[in-house]
Design a protein around this ligand. Sequence first.
Ligand code: C2E
Ligand code: CA
Ligand code: CA
Ligand code: CA
Length: 279
Amino acid sequence: SKELADNSFQFYTPEMHANSVERLRLETELRKALSRDEFVVYYQPKIETSSGRVVGAEALVRWRHAELGMISPADFIPIAEETGLIVPIGNWVLNHVCEQIRAWRDAGQPVVQVAVNLSAHQFRQPDLVERVEEALQIHGIDPDFLELELTESAVMHNAESAITTLMELHGHGVRLAVDDFGTGYSSLSYLKKFPLDKLKIDRSFVMDIDTNPASAEIVGAIIAMGHSLNLEIVAEGVENDAQLEVLKGLKCDEIQGFYYSRPIPADTFSGILRLGRMD
Ligand code: C2E
Ligand code: CA
Ligand code: CA
Ligand code: CA
């Protein structure tokens, strides 16, 4: 992302696919980062379209590297996925977010729902449900406050076992959202089988929604379908007023994007929570 571009080191480039030495170096660095506690979580507010209230946030991981500064997830998540390190990193994020929710609550702050991204690899772990339960229990968090974002491909990879996992998570009271909706999978039949709460419309549809009538049509159709299935709809990547106005007209429930705020440190988000709104 833009805020990270200035000091972001090119850790991961396509050429690295061929360069196993570089990959091994990055893998070693990532292991060290875990043991040295070098990851941080930023929060990007989600705003209720009808009221302008902050109703949630997405947790987005960053790597605070001693020499290189803040490193964007785009530069290390792919390698973390390939090496399986995304599992301990993802578990760290999950625990860290639950700890943060607890801290907000203990400080008497208004608490909102926080969404954590789950990678496909993490979703396939046989102990995923246990890990989620454990994180909620250790920090004494009401499951209502935790949402999990999954991509269509993560869920469809093995739909039969996925549905069991999703049912269990949902049974515990955790909210489930489909991330990057519209980009991953051609069939929509899973929408009626899976216990979902939200669809997050991918940024690629939002980007030109104010200039391209086809994008507005597609987003309008997704919203109408989602609502008829009792799903809440979030638009991600909203950057300007024109996009916001179209989404308001289409009755999109929630807005996330640089228009309101970039992902920000927990302390900054706390200030926003105290205000309760962003406009
Ligand atoms: P994502 O889950 O689709 O997250 C949204 C990304 O879009 C974030 O990038 C966010 O900063 C960016 N974004 C939000 N609003 C706007 C906007 O208005 N305009 C533009 N251009 N971009 C916007 P970020 O933080 O760099 O994260 C990139 C990806 O890394 C995420 O995409 C997600 O796939 C992955 N990621 C981040 N944190 C985690 C994590 O804790 N676990 C896992 N498994 N993946 C993560
Ligand atoms: Ca809501
Ligand atoms: Ca996401
Ligand atoms: Ca997304």
